[in-house]
Design a protein around this ligand. Sequence first.
Ligand SMILES: [Zn+2]
Ligand SMILES: [Zn+2]
Length: 139
Amino acid sequence: MTTRGHCLCGRTRWRYQGGATWSCYCHCDDCRRNCAAPVVAWLGVPVENFQWTGEPPKTLESSKGVRRHFCATCGSPMGFEADHYPGGMHLYAASLDNPQDFQPTFHVNYESRLAWLRIDDDLPKYEGTLLQSPESLWD
Ligand SMILES: [Zn+2]
Ligand SMILES: [Zn+2]
């Protein structure tokens, strides 16, 4: 199975084979500002199953060991990699070609959520980030 995603202008595209390793919401301030959105929905895939297609993204090292990929033309956030999550590419669920297919399964950094954002799901809600790579948690 191949899953695909793209940016606003369509020049930057990605695909991965197989399933996502995890899928969640993040309520942290960094994700929120990076996307200018009240909460960010993420999925993680093994980087060896992942390819950029179309134009390659630009990359910002937003802090040491943290790389944020974005479309060079339209600026859409497109991916996240970090030395503390080795082997994982983090992708934005809203970039999926079919974002309706996404199924989040937990929240992280829930203590940082915006008070005016109403979410009434029954998913697990964690404070802070998961210290280990989420990949390792779901093995
Ligand atoms: Zn674009
Ligand atoms: Zn975050």
